[in-house]
Design a protein around this ligand. Sequence first.
Ligand code: DQA
Length: 143
Amino acid sequence: MYFYLMKNFIIINGPNLNLLGKREPLIYGDQTFEDYFIGLEKKYPALNLSYFQSNIEGELIDKLQEVGFKVDGIILNAAAYTHTSVGIGDAVKGITVPVVEVHISNTFSREEFRHHSYISPNAKGIVLGFGLKSYELALKSFL
Ligand code: DQA
């Protein structure tokens, strides 16, 4: 008998990314993340994709701990917490599932405070600057 095990990937989005579509469209585009995610699910029907967003630092840490020993890959855009959160950085360090750090914008072409990341030292890799497509590129890195 043939068993096909679907791989599990989760996208975790941090603060203000629930506003995609209406937040600073010149930087972040005009599509909602929900619409983008539906397109991604359609394009990769053989993958089990899930999505979590929170504006709350501790909820992001709870989610990383919850999935961080059981899924096949995590795509993390910690948004502003990227630049401030030792706690999220420690969570990424403490879990075993590989994390790809993602940013919609090219953070290095923006203000200097966006140039530092507490995620990067423990990320498997980083994809940034390609708009929402950054998430798909991160997903492809796992395949
Ligand atoms: C962001 C970049 C961060 O500097 C910013 O705080 C965000 C979004 C991005 O995806 O480009 O909220 O992570």
